[in-house]
Ligand binder design. Structure first.
Ligand code: PLP
Length: 394
Protein backbone atom coordinates (compact mmCIF):
# COMPACT_ATOMS: atom_id res chain seq x y z
CA UNK A 1 0.00 0.00 0.00
CA UNK A 2 1.43 3.29 -1.09
CA UNK A 3 0.01 6.74 -0.63
CA UNK A 4 0.26 9.50 -3.23
CA UNK A 5 3.50 10.97 -1.94
CA UNK A 6 3.07 14.08 -4.04
CA UNK A 7 0.59 15.27 -1.42
CA UNK A 8 3.52 15.49 0.98
CA UNK A 9 5.21 17.94 -1.38
CA UNK A 10 2.36 20.43 -0.99
CA UNK A 11 3.07 23.46 1.10
CA UNK A 12 0.60 23.75 3.94
CA UNK A 13 -1.89 26.44 3.07
CA UNK A 14 -1.43 28.72 6.04
CA UNK A 15 -2.91 31.80 4.43
CA UNK A 16 -6.54 31.88 5.51
CA UNK A 17 -6.01 29.83 8.67
CA UNK A 18 -3.23 32.18 9.78
CA UNK A 19 -5.43 35.18 9.02
CA UNK A 20 -8.28 33.60 11.02
CA UNK A 21 -5.99 32.80 13.93
CA UNK A 22 -4.50 36.29 14.09
CA UNK A 23 -7.93 37.94 13.88
CA UNK A 24 -9.37 35.67 16.60
CA UNK A 25 -6.44 36.30 18.92
CA UNK A 26 -6.71 40.05 18.41
CA UNK A 27 -10.48 40.04 18.97
CA UNK A 28 -10.06 38.01 22.17
CA UNK A 29 -7.52 40.48 23.51
CA UNK A 30 -9.63 43.48 22.38
CA UNK A 31 -13.28 42.44 22.72
CA UNK A 32 -14.43 46.01 22.08
CA UNK A 33 -12.72 46.20 18.65
CA UNK A 34 -15.10 46.39 15.67
CA UNK A 35 -13.07 44.45 13.11
CA UNK A 36 -13.99 44.90 9.43
CA UNK A 37 -13.08 42.02 7.13
CA UNK A 38 -12.05 42.84 3.57
CA UNK A 39 -10.00 39.69 3.25
CA UNK A 40 -11.84 36.64 1.96
CA UNK A 41 -12.99 36.41 -1.67
CA UNK A 42 -16.50 35.28 -0.78
CA UNK A 43 -19.63 37.20 -1.75
CA UNK A 44 -21.94 38.70 0.89
CA UNK A 45 -25.16 39.65 -0.95
CA UNK A 46 -27.91 36.99 -0.97
CA UNK A 47 -29.09 35.21 -4.12
CA UNK A 48 -31.33 37.46 -6.21
CA UNK A 49 -35.12 37.02 -6.21
CA UNK A 50 -35.25 35.61 -9.76
CA UNK A 51 -32.88 32.79 -8.76
CA UNK A 52 -34.76 32.09 -5.52
CA UNK A 53 -38.08 31.84 -7.41
CA UNK A 54 -36.53 29.40 -9.90
CA UNK A 55 -35.04 27.31 -7.07
CA UNK A 56 -38.43 27.13 -5.30
CA UNK A 57 -40.15 26.13 -8.55
CA UNK A 58 -37.65 23.33 -9.11
CA UNK A 59 -38.02 22.06 -5.55
CA UNK A 60 -41.80 21.82 -6.10
CA UNK A 61 -41.24 19.94 -9.38
CA UNK A 62 -39.14 17.39 -7.52
CA UNK A 63 -42.13 16.65 -5.24
CA UNK A 64 -44.52 15.74 -8.07
CA UNK A 65 -44.34 12.39 -9.90
CA UNK A 66 -44.82 13.90 -13.38
CA UNK A 67 -42.04 16.47 -13.00
CA UNK A 68 -39.65 14.63 -10.66
CA UNK A 69 -36.10 14.24 -12.05
CA UNK A 70 -33.60 11.53 -11.27
CA UNK A 71 -30.11 11.36 -12.77
CA UNK A 72 -29.71 14.11 -15.33
CA UNK A 73 -27.28 14.43 -18.24
CA UNK A 74 -23.73 14.54 -16.79
CA UNK A 75 -22.89 17.55 -18.94
CA UNK A 76 -25.94 19.56 -17.83
CA UNK A 77 -29.54 20.12 -18.92
CA UNK A 78 -30.31 21.69 -22.31
CA UNK A 79 -32.14 24.63 -20.72
CA UNK A 80 -28.96 25.76 -18.93
CA UNK A 81 -26.73 24.94 -21.89
CA UNK A 82 -28.96 27.12 -24.13
CA UNK A 83 -28.89 29.97 -21.58
CA UNK A 84 -25.06 29.86 -21.34
CA UNK A 85 -24.76 29.87 -25.13
CA UNK A 86 -27.07 32.88 -25.26
CA UNK A 87 -24.87 34.69 -22.73
CA UNK A 88 -21.71 34.03 -24.77
CA UNK A 89 -23.57 35.10 -27.91
CA UNK A 90 -24.08 38.52 -26.32
CA UNK A 91 -20.36 39.12 -26.50
CA UNK A 92 -19.99 37.67 -29.95
CA UNK A 93 -18.90 34.13 -29.05
CA UNK A 94 -20.76 31.34 -30.80
CA UNK A 95 -20.64 28.02 -28.98
CA UNK A 96 -22.20 24.66 -29.89
CA UNK A 97 -24.20 22.69 -27.34
CA UNK A 98 -21.60 19.89 -27.14
CA UNK A 99 -18.88 22.38 -26.18
CA UNK A 100 -20.36 23.26 -22.77
CA UNK A 101 -20.06 21.07 -19.66
CA UNK A 102 -22.00 22.16 -16.58
CA UNK A 103 -20.48 21.31 -13.20
CA UNK A 104 -20.65 22.12 -9.50
CA UNK A 105 -18.13 24.94 -9.82
CA UNK A 106 -14.92 26.09 -11.45
CA UNK A 107 -12.63 24.81 -8.70
CA UNK A 108 -13.59 21.16 -9.26
CA UNK A 109 -13.23 21.46 -13.04
CA UNK A 110 -9.86 23.22 -12.77
CA UNK A 111 -8.61 20.35 -10.63
CA UNK A 112 -10.31 17.52 -12.51
CA UNK A 113 -9.26 18.67 -16.00
CA UNK A 114 -5.75 17.40 -15.21
CA UNK A 115 -7.12 13.84 -15.53
CA UNK A 116 -7.12 14.21 -19.33
CA UNK A 117 -3.50 15.39 -19.64
CA UNK A 118 -0.29 13.33 -19.62
CA UNK A 119 2.09 13.26 -16.72
CA UNK A 120 5.07 14.82 -18.46
CA UNK A 121 3.44 18.05 -19.57
CA UNK A 122 5.33 21.22 -18.73
CA UNK A 123 3.02 23.51 -16.80
CA UNK A 124 3.30 27.29 -16.82
CA UNK A 125 1.56 29.21 -14.03
CA UNK A 126 1.65 32.93 -13.23
CA UNK A 127 2.95 34.03 -9.82
CA UNK A 128 1.02 35.36 -7.90
CA UNK A 129 -2.27 33.57 -8.65
CA UNK A 130 -5.20 31.55 -7.29
CA UNK A 131 -3.33 28.72 -5.48
CA UNK A 132 -5.47 25.87 -6.86
CA UNK A 133 -3.53 25.70 -10.16
CA UNK A 134 -0.21 25.00 -8.44
CA UNK A 135 -1.53 22.62 -5.81
CA UNK A 136 -3.52 20.42 -8.23
CA UNK A 137 -0.45 20.01 -10.42
CA UNK A 138 1.76 19.15 -7.46
CA UNK A 139 -0.80 16.55 -6.33
CA UNK A 140 -0.56 15.02 -9.80
CA UNK A 141 3.25 14.98 -9.60
CA UNK A 142 3.87 17.56 -12.32
CA UNK A 143 6.67 20.09 -12.30
CA UNK A 144 5.52 23.69 -12.45
CA UNK A 145 7.27 26.58 -14.16
CA UNK A 146 6.35 30.01 -12.93
CA UNK A 147 6.01 33.19 -14.93
CA UNK A 148 6.57 36.38 -13.01
CA UNK A 149 3.65 38.75 -12.67
CA UNK A 150 5.13 41.97 -11.32
CA UNK A 151 4.40 45.67 -11.08
CA UNK A 152 6.77 46.11 -14.06
CA UNK A 153 4.57 44.06 -16.40
CA UNK A 154 1.33 45.30 -14.83
CA UNK A 155 0.88 41.81 -13.30
CA UNK A 156 0.18 40.55 -16.85
CA UNK A 157 3.08 38.34 -17.97
CA UNK A 158 3.37 37.72 -21.73
CA UNK A 159 4.82 34.66 -23.50
CA UNK A 160 8.55 34.14 -23.57
CA UNK A 161 9.41 32.06 -26.64
CA UNK A 162 12.52 30.68 -24.92
CA UNK A 163 10.25 28.85 -22.51
CA UNK A 164 8.46 25.76 -23.75
CA UNK A 165 5.19 24.92 -22.09
CA UNK A 166 2.37 22.44 -22.70
CA UNK A 167 -0.26 23.68 -20.26
CA UNK A 168 -0.61 27.41 -19.58
CA UNK A 169 -2.85 28.87 -16.88
CA UNK A 170 -4.32 32.32 -17.43
CA UNK A 171 -6.68 33.98 -14.95
CA UNK A 172 -8.23 37.21 -16.24
CA UNK A 173 -9.51 39.25 -14.44
CA UNK A 174 -6.89 37.94 -12.09
CA UNK A 175 -7.21 36.73 -8.56
CA UNK A 176 -5.50 38.26 -6.59
CA UNK A 177 -4.18 41.20 -8.65
CA UNK A 178 -7.37 42.28 -10.46
CA UNK A 179 -5.30 42.79 -13.63
CA UNK A 180 -7.09 42.08 -16.96
CA UNK A 181 -5.51 41.10 -20.28
CA UNK A 182 -6.54 43.08 -23.34
CA UNK A 183 -7.24 41.49 -26.73
CA UNK A 184 -3.78 42.06 -28.12
CA UNK A 185 -2.11 40.50 -25.08
CA UNK A 186 -4.41 37.47 -25.15
CA UNK A 187 -3.76 37.13 -28.88
CA UNK A 188 -0.05 36.80 -28.06
CA UNK A 189 -0.84 33.94 -25.70
CA UNK A 190 -3.12 32.26 -28.25
CA UNK A 191 -0.46 32.51 -30.99
CA UNK A 192 2.21 31.16 -28.64
CA UNK A 193 -0.02 28.24 -27.57
CA UNK A 194 -0.89 27.35 -31.16
CA UNK A 195 2.80 27.48 -32.18
CA UNK A 196 3.80 25.24 -29.28
CA UNK A 197 0.81 22.90 -29.53
CA UNK A 198 0.12 23.92 -25.93
CA UNK A 199 -3.27 24.22 -24.25
CA UNK A 200 -4.36 27.36 -22.39
CA UNK A 201 -6.51 26.79 -19.30
CA UNK A 202 -8.36 30.09 -19.12
CA UNK A 203 -10.08 30.92 -15.83
CA UNK A 204 -12.88 33.43 -16.49
CA UNK A 205 -14.45 33.23 -13.01
CA UNK A 206 -14.42 37.04 -12.72
CA UNK A 207 -15.47 37.94 -16.32
CA UNK A 208 -18.70 39.53 -15.08
CA UNK A 209 -16.72 42.35 -13.48
CA UNK A 210 -15.32 43.60 -16.78
CA UNK A 211 -16.83 47.03 -17.40
CA UNK A 212 -15.07 47.99 -20.62
CA UNK A 213 -16.66 46.29 -23.67
CA UNK A 214 -13.25 46.57 -25.36
CA UNK A 215 -11.73 44.05 -22.94
CA UNK A 216 -12.22 40.33 -23.63
CA UNK A 217 -14.51 38.43 -21.25
CA UNK A 218 -13.79 35.10 -22.87
CA UNK A 219 -10.64 33.68 -24.47
CA UNK A 220 -12.90 32.62 -27.35
CA UNK A 221 -13.27 36.26 -28.36
CA UNK A 222 -9.68 35.90 -29.60
CA UNK A 223 -9.04 34.52 -33.07
CA UNK A 224 -7.29 31.16 -32.95
CA UNK A 225 -8.37 30.30 -29.39
CA UNK A 226 -10.68 27.48 -30.49
CA UNK A 227 -7.66 25.33 -31.37
CA UNK A 228 -5.75 25.92 -28.14
CA UNK A 229 -7.95 26.85 -25.17
CA UNK A 230 -10.31 25.53 -22.52
CA UNK A 231 -12.35 28.04 -20.53
CA UNK A 232 -13.58 27.67 -16.94
CA UNK A 233 -16.37 29.80 -15.62
CA UNK A 234 -18.56 29.94 -12.55
CA UNK A 235 -21.83 31.24 -11.13
CA UNK A 236 -20.07 31.96 -7.83
CA UNK A 237 -19.09 35.58 -8.38
CA UNK A 238 -21.60 36.64 -11.03
CA UNK A 239 -24.62 35.43 -9.05
CA UNK A 240 -23.44 34.64 -5.52
CA UNK A 241 -23.42 30.84 -6.01
CA UNK A 242 -20.37 30.26 -3.77
CA UNK A 243 -22.54 28.16 -1.45
CA UNK A 244 -25.09 27.01 -4.05
CA UNK A 245 -22.41 25.60 -6.42
CA UNK A 246 -22.57 25.73 -10.20
CA UNK A 247 -20.01 26.35 -12.93
CA UNK A 248 -19.16 25.26 -16.44
CA UNK A 249 -16.26 24.43 -18.72
CA UNK A 250 -16.06 25.16 -22.44
CA UNK A 251 -14.04 22.88 -24.72
CA UNK A 252 -14.28 23.74 -28.43
CA UNK A 253 -14.64 20.91 -30.96
CA UNK A 254 -11.50 22.09 -32.80
CA UNK A 255 -9.27 21.50 -29.76
CA UNK A 256 -7.55 18.29 -30.86
CA UNK A 257 -4.25 16.84 -29.64
CA UNK A 258 -2.65 13.55 -30.77
CA UNK A 259 -5.61 13.16 -33.14
CA UNK A 260 -8.04 13.14 -30.19
CA UNK A 261 -10.62 15.86 -29.48
CA UNK A 262 -10.09 16.93 -25.85
CA UNK A 263 -13.85 17.40 -25.62
CA UNK A 264 -14.22 13.64 -26.07
CA UNK A 265 -11.78 12.90 -23.25
CA UNK A 266 -13.50 15.35 -20.89
CA UNK A 267 -16.94 13.93 -21.72
CA UNK A 268 -15.60 10.46 -20.93
CA UNK A 269 -14.02 11.72 -17.72
CA UNK A 270 -17.20 13.46 -16.60
CA UNK A 271 -19.58 10.64 -17.50
CA UNK A 272 -17.36 8.23 -15.57
CA UNK A 273 -16.53 10.25 -12.46
CA UNK A 274 -19.31 12.87 -12.21
CA UNK A 275 -23.07 12.38 -12.05
CA UNK A 276 -24.20 15.88 -12.93
CA UNK A 277 -25.15 19.06 -11.09
CA UNK A 278 -28.43 19.01 -9.19
CA UNK A 279 -31.51 19.81 -11.33
CA UNK A 280 -32.64 22.36 -8.73
CA UNK A 281 -29.33 24.24 -8.83
CA UNK A 282 -29.28 24.23 -12.64
CA UNK A 283 -32.77 25.80 -12.67
CA UNK A 284 -31.45 28.50 -10.33
CA UNK A 285 -28.40 29.03 -12.56
CA UNK A 286 -30.53 29.35 -15.70
CA UNK A 287 -32.54 32.12 -14.00
CA UNK A 288 -29.33 34.20 -13.92
CA UNK A 289 -29.65 34.63 -17.68
CA UNK A 290 -33.28 35.72 -17.93
CA UNK A 291 -33.80 39.42 -18.60
CA UNK A 292 -34.98 40.00 -15.03
CA UNK A 293 -32.21 37.80 -13.62
CA UNK A 294 -29.62 39.83 -15.49
CA UNK A 295 -31.13 43.08 -14.22
CA UNK A 296 -31.04 41.90 -10.60
CA UNK A 297 -27.55 40.50 -10.93
CA UNK A 298 -26.21 43.69 -12.50
CA UNK A 299 -27.59 45.53 -9.47
CA UNK A 300 -25.59 43.28 -7.12
CA UNK A 301 -22.45 43.54 -9.22
CA UNK A 302 -22.90 47.32 -9.25
CA UNK A 303 -22.99 47.28 -5.45
CA UNK A 304 -19.65 45.46 -5.30
CA UNK A 305 -18.13 47.70 -7.98
CA UNK A 306 -19.10 50.76 -5.96
CA UNK A 307 -17.16 49.27 -3.03
CA UNK A 308 -14.23 48.73 -5.40
CA UNK A 309 -14.42 52.39 -6.47
CA UNK A 310 -14.50 53.50 -2.83
CA UNK A 311 -11.33 51.53 -2.06
CA UNK A 312 -9.59 52.56 -5.30
CA UNK A 313 -10.38 56.24 -4.76
CA UNK A 314 -8.83 56.09 -1.29
CA UNK A 315 -5.67 54.48 -2.67
CA UNK A 316 -5.41 57.22 -5.29
CA UNK A 317 -5.92 59.87 -2.66
CA UNK A 318 -3.12 58.40 -0.53
CA UNK A 319 -0.83 57.93 -3.53
CA UNK A 320 -0.63 54.18 -2.96
CA UNK A 321 0.19 52.14 -6.06
CA UNK A 322 -2.50 49.58 -6.95
CA UNK A 323 -4.02 47.58 -9.78
CA UNK A 324 -7.49 46.09 -10.06
CA UNK A 325 -10.75 47.51 -8.79
CA UNK A 326 -11.89 48.66 -12.23
CA UNK A 327 -12.78 45.35 -13.86
CA UNK A 328 -12.41 43.20 -10.80
CA UNK A 329 -13.62 42.97 -7.20
CA UNK A 330 -10.00 42.91 -5.99
CA UNK A 331 -7.73 45.84 -5.25
CA UNK A 332 -4.08 44.83 -5.24
CA UNK A 333 -1.95 47.45 -3.58
CA UNK A 334 1.70 47.96 -2.84
CA UNK A 335 2.27 48.03 0.90
CA UNK A 336 3.37 51.54 1.88
CA UNK A 337 6.95 52.34 2.92
CA UNK A 338 8.28 49.07 1.52
CA UNK A 339 6.48 47.05 4.20
CA UNK A 340 6.19 43.29 3.87
CA UNK A 341 2.72 41.82 3.31
CA UNK A 342 2.33 40.29 6.77
CA UNK A 343 3.72 43.38 8.53
CA UNK A 344 1.13 45.50 6.73
CA UNK A 345 -1.53 42.94 7.68
CA UNK A 346 -0.59 43.29 11.36
CA UNK A 347 -0.52 47.09 11.13
CA UNK A 348 -4.00 47.27 9.57
CA UNK A 349 -5.41 44.76 12.04
CA UNK A 350 -3.95 46.39 15.12
CA UNK A 351 -4.16 50.07 14.24
CA UNK A 352 -7.27 50.20 11.99
CA UNK A 353 -9.06 46.95 12.89
CA UNK A 354 -9.27 46.13 9.19
CA UNK A 355 -8.48 42.67 7.78
CA UNK A 356 -7.08 42.15 4.28
CA UNK A 357 -5.11 39.38 2.58
CA UNK A 358 -1.30 39.46 2.49
CA UNK A 359 -0.10 39.17 -1.11
CA UNK A 360 2.72 36.81 -0.08
CA UNK A 361 0.06 34.10 0.33
CA UNK A 362 -0.45 33.96 -3.46
CA UNK A 363 3.16 33.39 -4.52
CA UNK A 364 6.63 34.86 -4.08
CA UNK A 365 5.90 37.89 -6.27
CA UNK A 366 3.02 38.76 -3.96
CA UNK A 367 5.45 39.75 -1.20
CA UNK A 368 5.14 43.45 -0.46
CA UNK A 369 1.59 43.56 -1.83
CA UNK A 370 -1.84 43.30 -0.27
CA UNK A 371 -5.35 42.35 -1.48
CA UNK A 372 -8.53 44.11 -0.41
CA UNK A 373 -11.88 42.82 -1.65
CA UNK A 374 -14.99 44.69 -2.73
CA UNK A 375 -17.30 41.82 -1.69
CA UNK A 376 -18.03 43.40 1.70
CA UNK A 377 -20.87 45.48 3.05
CA UNK A 378 -21.02 49.02 1.63
CA UNK A 379 -21.00 50.86 4.96
CA UNK A 380 -18.25 48.68 6.38
CA UNK A 381 -16.14 49.20 3.27
CA UNK A 382 -16.49 52.97 3.54
CA UNK A 383 -15.65 52.82 7.25
CA UNK A 384 -12.62 50.57 6.64
CA UNK A 385 -11.30 52.94 4.01
CA UNK A 386 -11.67 55.93 6.34
CA UNK A 387 -9.76 54.08 9.04
CA UNK A 388 -6.97 53.16 6.60
CA UNK A 389 -6.75 56.77 5.40
CA UNK A 390 -6.55 58.05 8.96
CA UNK A 391 -3.82 55.57 9.81
CA UNK A 392 -1.68 56.04 6.72
CA UNK A 393 -1.88 59.79 6.40
CA UNK A 394 -0.81 60.32 9.97
N1 PLP B 1 -11.20 30.62 -10.06
C1 PLP B 1 -10.77 31.67 -9.35
C2 PLP B 1 -9.74 32.56 -9.93
C3 PLP B 1 -11.29 31.93 -8.07
O1 PLP B 1 -10.83 32.98 -7.37
C4 PLP B 1 -12.26 31.06 -7.55
C5 PLP B 1 -12.83 31.28 -6.21
O2 PLP B 1 -12.53 32.17 -5.46
C6 PLP B 1 -12.66 29.98 -8.31
C7 PLP B 1 -12.12 29.78 -9.57
C8 PLP B 1 -13.63 28.97 -7.77
O3 PLP B 1 -14.90 29.13 -8.24
P1 PLP B 1 -16.07 28.14 -7.82
O4 PLP B 1 -16.74 28.74 -6.62
O5 PLP B 1 -16.95 28.09 -9.02
O6 PLP B 1 -15.48 26.80 -7.50
Amino acid sequence: MEINRHYLELQDSYLFSTIGKKVNEYQKAHPEANIIRLGIGDVTLPLCREVITALHGAVEEMGVKETFRGYGPEQGYDFLNDAIRGYYGEHGVKLEANEIFVSDGAKSDLGNILDIFGQDNRVLIPDPVYPVYVDTNIMAGRKVLFMDATAENGFLPLPDRNIKADLIYICSPNNPTGAVYNRQQLKEWVDYANEQNAVILFDAAYECFIQDPGLPRSIFEIEGARTCAIEFCSFSKIAGFTGTRCGYTVIPSELVRDGTPLQKLWLRRQTTKFNGTSYIVQRGAAAVFTQEGQRQIRENLGYYMENARTIAAAMEEMGIWFTGGKHSPYIWLKCPNGMKSWDFFDLLLEKANVVGTPGAGFGKNGEGFFRLTAFGDKQNTAEAVERIKKLLTK
